[in-house]
Write a protein that binds this ligand. Sequence first.
Ligand code: HEM
Length: 334
Amino acid sequence: MKYALSISAGAVALALATSSVAVADDHKYAPPASANAQDFIAVFKELNGVHPGLRKAHAKGVCAAGKFTPSAAATDRFNTALFDSGEVPVTLRFSMGGGNPEADERQGTRGVGIQFQLPNNQQHNIAGITSALFSGSTPNHFLGLLQWNLKIMRGEATREDIAKYIAANPSMQAAVEWNKGKMPSTEYTNADYYGIHAFWAAGEQQREKFRWQLVPTSGNEYLTQEEQKSLPTTFLAERLMERLEADGEVSFDWHWTIGAEEDPTNDPSVLWPEDRERVHVGKITITAAGGENCTPINFDPMRVVRGIQPSDDPVLPMRSAAYAISFGQRLSNQ
Ligand code: HEM
Protein backbone atom coordinates (compact mmCIF):
# COMPACT_ATOMS: atom_id res chain seq x y z
CA MET A 1 0.00 0.00 0.00
CA LYS A 2 2.66 2.45 1.05
CA TYR A 3 4.61 1.61 -2.07
CA ALA A 4 1.68 2.31 -4.34
CA LEU A 5 1.14 5.70 -2.78
CA SER A 6 4.64 6.89 -3.57
CA ILE A 7 3.62 7.18 -7.22
CA SER A 8 2.48 10.56 -8.44
CA ALA A 9 1.97 12.06 -11.87
CA GLY A 10 5.49 13.13 -12.59
CA ALA A 11 7.59 11.18 -10.20
CA VAL A 12 8.15 7.49 -10.14
CA ALA A 13 9.86 6.99 -6.83
CA LEU A 14 11.64 3.83 -7.81
CA ALA A 15 15.28 2.99 -7.40
CA LEU A 16 15.34 0.80 -10.46
CA ALA A 17 18.03 0.14 -12.98
CA THR A 18 15.46 -0.01 -15.75
CA SER A 19 17.97 -0.46 -18.52
CA SER A 20 19.16 -3.77 -17.06
CA VAL A 21 15.70 -5.27 -17.01
CA ALA A 22 14.97 -7.67 -19.83
CA VAL A 23 11.46 -7.28 -21.18
CA ALA A 24 10.06 -10.66 -22.09
CA ASP A 25 6.52 -9.81 -23.07
CA ASP A 26 6.04 -6.50 -24.83
CA HIS A 27 2.28 -6.80 -25.02
CA LYS A 28 1.92 -7.50 -21.32
CA TYR A 29 3.88 -4.34 -20.53
CA ALA A 30 2.17 -2.06 -23.06
CA PRO A 31 0.19 0.90 -21.65
CA PRO A 32 -3.60 0.41 -21.64
CA ALA A 33 -5.03 0.98 -25.12
CA SER A 34 -7.58 3.44 -23.77
CA ALA A 35 -7.67 5.77 -20.79
CA ASN A 36 -10.39 8.09 -19.64
CA ALA A 37 -10.89 10.32 -16.63
CA GLN A 38 -13.24 7.84 -14.91
CA ASP A 39 -10.50 5.19 -15.11
CA PHE A 40 -8.16 7.47 -13.15
CA ILE A 41 -10.73 8.27 -10.48
CA ALA A 42 -11.53 4.56 -10.10
CA VAL A 43 -7.89 3.53 -9.75
CA PHE A 44 -7.13 6.36 -7.29
CA LYS A 45 -10.01 5.15 -5.12
CA GLU A 46 -8.88 1.53 -5.35
CA LEU A 47 -5.32 2.44 -4.43
CA ASN A 48 -6.12 4.82 -1.62
CA GLY A 49 -9.57 3.88 -0.37
CA VAL A 50 -12.65 6.08 -0.58
CA HIS A 51 -12.35 9.35 1.32
CA PRO A 52 -15.61 11.28 0.96
CA GLY A 53 -15.14 15.01 0.62
CA LEU A 54 -11.43 14.78 -0.21
CA ARG A 55 -9.48 15.15 -3.44
CA LYS A 56 -9.05 11.83 -5.22
CA ALA A 57 -5.41 12.76 -5.87
CA HIS A 58 -3.23 15.12 -3.82
CA ALA A 59 -5.60 14.38 -0.96
CA LYS A 60 -3.35 15.75 1.79
CA GLY A 61 -2.58 19.44 1.69
CA VAL A 62 -2.83 22.90 3.18
CA CYS A 63 -4.39 26.11 1.88
CA ALA A 64 -2.45 29.36 1.66
CA ALA A 65 -2.94 32.91 0.42
CA GLY A 66 -0.80 35.73 -0.89
CA LYS A 67 -0.17 37.87 -3.94
CA PHE A 68 1.39 37.79 -7.40
CA THR A 69 3.48 40.66 -8.70
CA PRO A 70 4.30 40.49 -12.43
CA SER A 71 7.75 41.63 -13.57
CA ALA A 72 8.37 44.42 -16.10
CA ALA A 73 9.79 41.76 -18.44
CA ALA A 74 6.47 39.92 -18.32
CA THR A 75 4.26 42.95 -18.92
CA ASP A 76 6.50 44.21 -21.74
CA ARG A 77 6.74 40.94 -23.58
CA PHE A 78 3.38 39.19 -23.18
CA ASN A 79 -0.08 40.40 -23.97
CA THR A 80 -2.21 38.60 -21.40
CA ALA A 81 -4.76 39.41 -18.73
CA LEU A 82 -2.48 37.47 -16.36
CA PHE A 83 0.03 40.33 -16.34
CA ASP A 84 -2.19 43.30 -17.20
CA SER A 85 -3.50 44.06 -13.73
CA GLY A 86 -0.35 44.59 -11.68
CA GLU A 87 -0.34 42.98 -8.27
CA VAL A 88 -3.23 40.53 -7.72
CA PRO A 89 -4.28 38.21 -4.88
CA VAL A 90 -3.58 34.48 -5.17
CA THR A 91 -5.08 31.46 -3.41
CA LEU A 92 -2.77 28.48 -3.12
CA ARG A 93 -2.78 24.91 -1.96
CA PHE A 94 0.35 22.88 -1.22
CA SER A 95 -0.13 19.13 -1.29
CA MET A 96 1.35 15.67 -1.28
CA GLY A 97 1.10 13.63 -4.50
CA GLY A 98 -1.21 10.61 -4.34
CA GLY A 99 -4.66 10.07 -2.94
CA ASN A 100 -3.71 9.12 0.62
CA PRO A 101 -4.92 11.74 3.11
CA GLU A 102 -2.35 10.39 5.58
CA ALA A 103 0.57 10.46 3.10
CA ASP A 104 4.03 10.15 4.62
CA GLU A 105 5.69 13.53 4.07
CA ARG A 106 9.19 12.16 4.58
CA GLN A 107 8.99 10.92 1.02
CA GLY A 108 7.18 11.69 -2.19
CA THR A 109 6.42 14.48 -4.56
CA ARG A 110 4.98 17.79 -3.36
CA GLY A 111 2.45 19.77 -5.41
CA VAL A 112 1.16 23.31 -5.58
CA GLY A 113 -2.02 24.75 -7.04
CA ILE A 114 -2.30 28.52 -7.48
CA GLN A 115 -5.33 30.54 -8.51
CA PHE A 116 -4.71 34.12 -9.63
CA GLN A 117 -7.69 36.30 -8.73
CA LEU A 118 -7.86 38.84 -11.54
CA PRO A 119 -10.23 41.79 -11.92
CA ASN A 120 -13.77 41.25 -13.22
CA ASN A 121 -13.95 37.89 -11.50
CA GLN A 122 -11.45 36.28 -13.88
CA GLN A 123 -9.37 33.41 -12.55
CA HIS A 124 -6.22 31.83 -13.91
CA ASN A 125 -4.97 28.50 -12.55
CA ILE A 126 -1.68 26.70 -12.45
CA ALA A 127 -0.89 23.38 -10.75
CA GLY A 128 2.57 21.82 -10.70
CA ILE A 129 4.75 19.36 -8.85
CA THR A 130 8.34 18.95 -7.69
CA SER A 131 9.21 16.84 -10.73
CA ALA A 132 10.09 18.39 -14.09
CA LEU A 133 8.69 15.53 -16.15
CA PHE A 134 5.58 13.42 -16.51
CA SER A 135 5.85 9.63 -16.34
CA GLY A 136 5.29 8.98 -20.04
CA SER A 137 4.22 10.79 -23.15
CA THR A 138 0.50 10.06 -22.73
CA PRO A 139 -2.05 9.71 -19.92
CA ASN A 140 -2.22 5.99 -20.81
CA HIS A 141 1.36 5.49 -19.59
CA PHE A 142 0.48 6.94 -16.20
CA LEU A 143 -2.75 4.94 -15.96
CA GLY A 144 -0.75 1.78 -16.68
CA LEU A 145 1.66 2.64 -13.88
CA LEU A 146 -1.21 3.11 -11.44
CA GLN A 147 -2.77 -0.17 -12.57
CA TRP A 148 0.50 -2.04 -12.01
CA ASN A 149 0.61 -0.57 -8.52
CA LEU A 150 -2.89 -1.81 -7.91
CA LYS A 151 -1.85 -5.29 -9.00
CA ILE A 152 1.10 -5.17 -6.59
CA MET A 153 -1.23 -4.08 -3.80
CA ARG A 154 -3.48 -7.05 -4.55
CA GLY A 155 -0.53 -9.44 -4.65
CA GLU A 156 -0.99 -10.05 -8.39
CA ALA A 157 2.34 -8.49 -9.48
CA THR A 158 5.73 -7.53 -8.08
CA ARG A 159 8.03 -4.50 -8.29
CA GLU A 160 9.85 -6.37 -11.03
CA ASP A 161 6.75 -5.96 -13.19
CA ILE A 162 6.89 -2.18 -12.73
CA ALA A 163 10.54 -2.24 -13.75
CA LYS A 164 9.63 -4.21 -16.84
CA TYR A 165 6.74 -1.89 -17.60
CA ILE A 166 9.05 1.13 -17.46
CA ALA A 167 11.74 -0.66 -19.46
CA ALA A 168 9.18 -1.50 -22.15
CA ASN A 169 8.05 2.13 -22.40
CA PRO A 170 10.99 4.44 -23.11
CA SER A 171 9.00 7.64 -22.63
CA MET A 172 8.62 6.75 -18.95
CA GLN A 173 12.33 6.53 -18.29
CA ALA A 174 13.28 10.21 -18.27
CA ALA A 175 11.07 10.92 -15.24
CA VAL A 176 12.60 7.97 -13.37
CA GLU A 177 16.12 9.20 -14.20
CA TRP A 178 15.30 12.79 -13.27
CA ASN A 179 13.94 11.76 -9.87
CA LYS A 180 16.65 9.22 -9.08
CA GLY A 181 18.47 10.06 -5.86
CA LYS A 182 16.49 13.28 -5.27
CA MET A 183 15.40 13.80 -1.69
CA PRO A 184 12.10 15.46 -0.77
CA SER A 185 12.15 19.08 0.42
CA THR A 186 12.23 20.03 4.11
CA GLU A 187 9.37 22.50 3.60
CA TYR A 188 6.67 23.08 1.03
CA THR A 189 8.27 26.41 0.20
CA ASN A 190 11.86 25.39 -0.42
CA ALA A 191 11.42 23.17 -3.45
CA ASP A 192 11.19 24.03 -7.15
CA TYR A 193 7.79 23.31 -8.70
CA TYR A 194 7.29 22.59 -12.40
CA GLY A 195 4.23 23.09 -14.58
CA ILE A 196 5.52 20.28 -16.85
CA HIS A 197 3.20 20.98 -19.81
CA ALA A 198 3.78 23.54 -22.52
CA PHE A 199 1.41 26.49 -22.82
CA TRP A 200 1.19 29.34 -25.30
CA ALA A 201 1.35 33.03 -24.42
CA ALA A 202 0.43 35.89 -26.72
CA GLY A 203 3.42 38.07 -27.55
CA GLU A 204 3.59 41.43 -29.32
CA GLN A 205 3.97 39.85 -32.76
CA GLN A 206 3.30 36.16 -32.33
CA ARG A 207 2.49 33.59 -29.67
CA GLU A 208 5.33 31.94 -27.76
CA LYS A 209 5.43 28.49 -26.20
CA PHE A 210 6.56 28.23 -22.60
CA ARG A 211 6.91 25.91 -19.62
CA TRP A 212 6.92 27.32 -16.11
CA GLN A 213 8.97 26.76 -12.99
CA LEU A 214 8.61 28.22 -9.49
CA VAL A 215 11.91 28.77 -7.67
CA PRO A 216 11.89 29.53 -3.92
CA THR A 217 13.66 32.83 -3.25
CA SER A 218 15.30 31.38 -0.15
CA GLY A 219 16.71 28.41 -2.09
CA ASN A 220 16.13 24.66 -2.06
CA GLU A 221 16.59 22.47 0.98
CA TYR A 222 16.24 18.71 1.09
CA LEU A 223 15.75 16.23 3.92
CA THR A 224 18.83 14.33 5.02
CA GLN A 225 18.61 10.57 5.36
CA GLU A 226 18.77 11.06 9.12
CA GLU A 227 15.79 13.45 9.04
CA GLN A 228 13.89 11.00 6.88
CA LYS A 229 14.18 8.48 9.68
CA SER A 230 13.57 10.79 12.63
CA LEU A 231 10.79 13.10 11.44
CA PRO A 232 7.11 12.34 12.03
CA THR A 233 5.04 11.51 8.94
CA THR A 234 3.32 14.91 9.06
CA PHE A 235 5.29 18.14 9.39
CA LEU A 236 4.93 20.24 6.22
CA ALA A 237 1.81 22.28 7.04
CA GLU A 238 3.12 23.05 10.51
CA ARG A 239 6.48 24.15 9.10
CA LEU A 240 4.72 26.46 6.64
CA MET A 241 2.82 28.13 9.49
CA GLU A 242 6.04 28.43 11.53
CA ARG A 243 7.87 29.91 8.55
CA LEU A 244 5.16 32.55 8.11
CA GLU A 245 5.11 33.34 11.79
CA ALA A 246 8.87 33.81 11.87
CA ASP A 247 9.38 35.63 8.55
CA GLY A 248 5.97 37.15 7.83
CA GLU A 249 6.07 35.91 4.23
CA VAL A 250 7.76 33.44 1.92
CA SER A 251 8.11 33.75 -1.83
CA PHE A 252 8.81 32.10 -5.17
CA ASP A 253 10.21 33.55 -8.38
CA TRP A 254 8.15 32.50 -11.35
CA HIS A 255 10.15 31.67 -14.48
CA TRP A 256 8.98 30.78 -17.96
CA THR A 257 11.28 28.82 -20.27
CA ILE A 258 10.59 29.84 -23.86
CA GLY A 259 10.56 26.93 -26.30
CA ALA A 260 12.30 26.97 -29.65
CA GLU A 261 10.50 26.00 -32.84
CA GLU A 262 11.64 22.37 -32.58
CA ASP A 263 10.74 21.88 -28.89
CA PRO A 264 7.70 19.60 -28.54
CA THR A 265 4.52 20.97 -26.98
CA ASN A 266 2.73 17.62 -26.92
CA ASP A 267 5.13 15.49 -24.90
CA PRO A 268 5.44 16.14 -21.14
CA SER A 269 8.02 13.36 -20.79
CA VAL A 270 10.68 15.26 -22.73
CA LEU A 271 12.70 18.13 -21.24
CA TRP A 272 13.53 21.06 -23.49
CA PRO A 273 17.25 21.81 -23.89
CA GLU A 274 18.81 23.70 -20.99
CA ASP A 275 20.03 26.64 -23.03
CA ARG A 276 16.52 27.93 -23.76
CA GLU A 277 15.71 31.51 -22.80
CA ARG A 278 14.19 31.96 -19.36
CA VAL A 279 12.02 34.94 -18.50
CA HIS A 280 11.41 35.97 -14.90
CA VAL A 281 7.71 36.74 -15.11
CA GLY A 282 7.09 37.73 -11.51
CA LYS A 283 7.00 36.85 -7.87
CA ILE A 284 4.50 34.90 -5.77
CA THR A 285 4.48 35.92 -2.14
CA ILE A 286 2.69 33.82 0.47
CA THR A 287 1.49 35.65 3.55
CA ALA A 288 -0.99 33.27 5.23
CA ALA A 289 -1.69 29.56 5.51
CA GLY A 290 -4.33 27.25 6.93
CA GLY A 291 -8.10 27.40 6.76
CA GLU A 292 -10.36 26.32 3.93
CA ASN A 293 -10.02 29.09 1.32
CA CYS A 294 -8.70 26.61 -1.28
CA THR A 295 -11.27 23.88 -0.66
CA PRO A 296 -13.90 25.15 -3.13
CA ILE A 297 -11.25 25.61 -5.85
CA ASN A 298 -10.65 23.23 -8.73
CA PHE A 299 -7.08 24.03 -9.77
CA ASP A 300 -7.74 22.83 -13.32
CA PRO A 301 -4.66 23.94 -15.30
CA MET A 302 -6.75 24.44 -18.44
CA ARG A 303 -8.64 27.30 -16.83
CA VAL A 304 -6.63 30.16 -18.26
CA VAL A 305 -7.25 33.83 -19.03
CA ARG A 306 -6.98 35.87 -22.22
CA GLY A 307 -3.55 35.63 -23.80
CA ILE A 308 -2.71 32.16 -22.47
CA GLN A 309 -3.61 28.92 -24.26
CA PRO A 310 -3.12 25.29 -23.28
CA SER A 311 -0.92 23.33 -25.72
CA ASP A 312 -1.77 20.09 -27.48
CA ASP A 313 -0.26 18.03 -24.63
CA PRO A 314 -2.69 15.07 -24.33
CA VAL A 315 -2.29 14.97 -20.54
CA LEU A 316 -3.85 18.42 -20.10
CA PRO A 317 -7.43 17.58 -21.17
CA MET A 318 -7.23 14.34 -19.18
CA ARG A 319 -6.31 16.33 -16.10
CA SER A 320 -9.14 18.76 -16.73
CA ALA A 321 -11.71 15.98 -16.97
CA ALA A 322 -10.38 14.07 -13.94
CA TYR A 323 -10.24 17.20 -11.77
CA ALA A 324 -13.85 18.01 -12.69
CA ILE A 325 -15.01 14.57 -11.55
CA SER A 326 -12.97 14.71 -8.34
CA PHE A 327 -14.17 18.27 -7.65
CA GLY A 328 -17.82 17.35 -8.17
CA GLN A 329 -17.50 14.28 -5.97
CA ARG A 330 -15.70 15.95 -3.11
CA LEU A 331 -18.06 18.93 -3.00
CA SER A 332 -20.99 16.51 -2.74
CA ASN A 333 -19.18 14.57 -0.01
CA GLN A 334 -18.46 11.51 -2.15
C1 HEM B 1 -3.35 12.07 -16.36
C2 HEM B 1 -2.71 12.78 -15.45
C3 HEM B 1 -3.31 13.30 -14.18
C4 HEM B 1 -4.48 12.97 -13.54
C5 HEM B 1 -5.52 11.96 -13.99
C6 HEM B 1 -4.57 13.79 -12.35
C7 HEM B 1 -5.61 13.75 -11.44
C8 HEM B 1 -5.78 14.61 -10.37
C9 HEM B 1 -6.96 14.71 -9.56
C10 HEM B 1 -8.22 13.86 -9.70
C11 HEM B 1 -6.75 15.70 -8.64
C12 HEM B 1 -7.73 16.21 -7.58
C13 HEM B 1 -8.48 17.44 -8.11
C14 HEM B 1 -9.51 18.02 -7.16
O1 HEM B 1 -10.23 17.27 -6.48
O2 HEM B 1 -9.63 19.26 -7.10
C15 HEM B 1 -5.42 16.20 -8.86
C16 HEM B 1 -4.82 17.18 -8.13
C17 HEM B 1 -3.58 17.70 -8.40
N1 HEM B 1 -2.74 17.39 -9.46
FE1 HEM B 1 -3.10 16.03 -10.88
N2 HEM B 1 -3.47 14.61 -12.29
C18 HEM B 1 -2.68 14.34 -13.38
C19 HEM B 1 -1.49 14.95 -13.72
C20 HEM B 1 -0.90 15.94 -13.00
C21 HEM B 1 0.32 16.61 -13.39
C22 HEM B 1 1.11 16.34 -14.67
C23 HEM B 1 0.58 17.53 -12.41
C24 HEM B 1 1.70 18.51 -12.35
C25 HEM B 1 2.13 19.19 -13.41
C26 HEM B 1 -0.47 17.43 -11.41
C27 HEM B 1 -0.57 18.19 -10.27
C28 HEM B 1 -1.63 18.17 -9.38
C29 HEM B 1 -1.72 19.03 -8.22
C30 HEM B 1 -0.69 20.04 -7.74
C31 HEM B 1 -2.93 18.73 -7.61
C32 HEM B 1 -3.51 19.34 -6.34
C33 HEM B 1 -4.38 20.53 -6.68
C34 HEM B 1 -5.09 21.01 -5.43
O3 HEM B 1 -4.39 21.28 -4.45
O4 HEM B 1 -6.32 21.10 -5.45
N3 HEM B 1 -1.34 16.46 -11.81
N4 HEM B 1 -4.85 15.53 -9.92
